[in-house]
Design a binder for this molecule. Structure first.
Ligand SMILES: *Cc1c(COP(=O)(O)O)cnc(C)c1O
Length: 345
């Protein structure tokens, strides 16, 4: 039994999901003739109470499309220094949109409305890039699965309104935030101009992301997706997995969150762990006391015991719980951490 805690993207489709995929009704989605894609897009739009939605092969393409449709070349967007759109999308913001990022020094990937307001360039000062978009991430990835305070998100909406800025939510793991905070997805639909979500993270699909927004925004997004090469044909097989996941895999995220809490608790009791960051959802970020245990040693002891995790750089290590991380694996991981690792030291 190998235990993979590297990411919540490592899951394989469940038998129920595979069956839904196998029997999907499909057509050619480039001609908008795939009934399962159309049903998924309608379902996700309705979930957030927004007008329209569009299926994408990846969350990166969804975010990049949103940024492209909200900006012009030369513009600047505001995001936290930890933002996925800035750190992990290959520089696509500049490559695809000719846009720069004004980075805000937030807390665990989250900025305050005041910080956002201060980051806006005065629109009449033509020497500076024109600020046109604010991107936020919920839950935060590099911030350790942290969930935003909804009141702060509302304050940022007011700042966007007062300054004619668009407001995009990178909601790759919005499902985790909704479950954790018991929030209504429609309140997010009311707040943001566009929302991107991932079906291939905690929800366990093999592929897929969706962009949600107004009819006008999604019409523009369709053209951009075409340009980026994201138009697919009988993609209803993938959409069927998405529909199945939305119906069956959201509520169970609670289990991933509980397991993450338990892992965090065991880690914080270990003498060679310097710090475990606050755990709100399914991501655990922690640091070793390097004088007692090097990162390499720790990773190889875990690996010898069948457990894979990754380092994030700067001395930080990460574990992510997910659908394929079973109760049995969890028991084993807790045991390995408590016994084998402690004995080695
Ligand atoms: C995973 C992720 C994405 C999209 O990633 P893909 O691997 O391209 O699907 C976007 N934003 C955040 C915060 C993510 O964690």
């Amino acid at each position: 039994m190998r235990i993979n805690l590297i990411s919540d993207t490592v899951t394989k489709p469940t038998p129920g999901m595979l069956k839904a995929m196998l029997y999907a009704q499909v057509g050619d989605d480039v001609f908008k003739n795939d009934p399962t894609i159309n049903a998924l897009e309608e379902k996700v739009a309705d979930f957030f109470g927004m007008e329209s939605a569009l299926f994408f092969p990846s969350g990166t393409m969804t975010n990049q499309t949103a940024i492209k449709l909200h900006t012009n070349p030369g513009d600047q967007l505001i995001c936290d220094k930890y933002a996925h759109v800035y750190n992990y999308e290959g520089g696509g913001v500049s490559f695809n949109s000719g846009v720069s990022c004004k980075l805000v020094d937030g807390n665990r990937g989250m900025m305050t409305a005041e910080q956002v307001e201060k980051a806006i360039n005065p629109p009449d000062f033509y020497h500076s890039p024109l600020t046109s978009l604010v991107c936020i991430e919920n839950t935060t990835n590099k911030g350790g699965g942290a969930c935003w305070d909804f009141e702060e998100l509302k304050k940022i909406r007011h700042i966007c309104d007062a300054n004619q800025l668009n407001y995009h939510l990178d909601g790759a793991r919005i499902w985790n935030a909704l479950v954790k905070k018991k929030e209504d997805p429609r309140s997010y639909g009311d707040l943001f101009d566009t929302i991107s979500v991932c079906l291939s993270k905690g929800l366990g699909c093999p592929v897929g992301s969706v962009l949600v927004g107004s009819k006008e925004h999604i019409a523009k997004a369709l053209r951009i997706r075409k340009i980026l090469g994201g138009g697919m044909r009988q993609s209803g097989y993938l959409a069927a997995a998405g529909i199945y996941a939305l119906d069956n895999h959201i509520d169970r995220l609670q289990e991933d969150h509980e397991k993450a809490q338990e892992l965090g608790k065991v880690l914080s009791d270990l003498p060679f762990i310097r710090k475990v960051e606050p755990i709100e959802t399914n991501i655990i970020i922690f640091e070793l006391e390097e004088s007692l245990f090097s990162e390499q040693e720790f990773l190889s002891i875990l690996s010898e015991n069948g457990i894979d995790i990754i380092g994030m750089g700067q001395g930080k290590l990460r574990m992510v719980t997910h659908l394929d991380y079973t109760d049995e694996m969890h028991k084993r991981t807790l045991q390995v951490l408590q016994e084998s690792v402690s004995e080695t030291i």
